[in-house]
Design a protein around this ligand. Structure first.
Ligand SMILES: [Zn+2]
Length: 267
């Protein structure tokens, strides 16, 4: 099997995880900027994190034969401080030309607050001005439906944004259709305790089609499984999906979306 991990927070994972992913057939991993488990106290903290994502982590991944790409932003969880967010947005442009940066992400909403909305709009504006792909995080549980609607409206209201260049991640049964209807890509996050299980993800693929959908493990510093994508592929095989159909979801689809960036190449 070959697959791409399109959303993995590898700075929080061990080298054993890289080994397991490579052994399972992972071709490359793509890492959106994330909350670190604590709020960073200054713009300098983000500067260092962006250096880690664009310099150190690709070298670490390469030691295991894996390509590494990244997305930059201040994440929604730290977007309450609009002043800090403005400072962080100010340093992002100087990283955008780095060879492994695919775009702006994971932006979006966490608690659907007014300040989060403001910072989301600032990121969308930056992506539009600099012609970047966009990767969006949608809120959890009871905030997801409302948050997804708000995010879709922000993207729609900016006429410079091409919907096929945006992926809305962490979709579930009640949000996937509205995302696809707007012309965006949709991502499903496979988590052992929350979000989507492999069985739910397979149900969603069988219900809504797999034209513009991908699956990811998110594998961050919380309880998560770096091999969640190949495990979901096993569930698909158990249900009778052909090897070609599975390949189109776990390998070809991430290439089709991220290949819209000229920087995305498989090593
Ligand atoms: Zn994430």
């Amino acid at each position: 099997m070959r697959y791409i991990e399109p959303h993995g927070h590898m700075v929080s994972r061990t080298t054993d995880d890289y080994t397991d992913m490579a052994a399972a057939g992972c071709a490359c991993v793509c890492e959106p900027a994330l909350w670190a488990g604590f709020d960073r106290s200054s713009v300098q903290g983000f500067h260092d994190y962006f250096c880690q994502l664009t310099d150190y982590e690709p070298k670490r991944a390469a030691k295991f034969g894996l390509g590494h790409y990244t997305w930059l932003c201040i994440n929604p969880k730290e977007s309450e401080d609009v002043g800090l967010a403005k400072d962080v947005l100010g340093i992002i442009p100087k990283f955008l030309d780095r060879p492994n940066v695919l775009g702006i992400g994971e932006i979006g909403l966490n608690k659907n607050s007014r300040n989060e909305m403001k910072v989301l709009e600032m990121h969308v504006d930056l992506a539009a001005r600099s012609n970047q792909l966009i990767l969006v995080h949608t809120p959890h549980l009871e905030d997801k439906l409302k948050g997804t609607r708000l995010i879709l409206d922000v993207l729609k209201s900016d006429s410079r944004i091409r919907p096929e260049r945006c992926i809305i991640d962490h979709v579930e049964e009640h949000t996937v259709q509205m995302v696809l209807d707007r012309g965006h890509w949709a991502g499903m996050t496979l988590y052992p305790e929350s979000k989507c299980t492999a069985a739910r993800a397979a149900d969603i693929l069988e219900t809504f089609g797999h034209e513009r959908l991908w699956m990811n493990s998110a594998c961050d510093w919380g309880v998560s499984v770096p091999l969640a994508v190949p495990y979901a592929a096993l569930e698909m095989r158990r249900r009778g999906w052909s090897a070609e159909q599975i390949d189109s979801v776990v390998y070809q689809n991430p290439i089709r979306f991220m290949g819209q960036s000229p920087k995305f190449k498989l090593i």
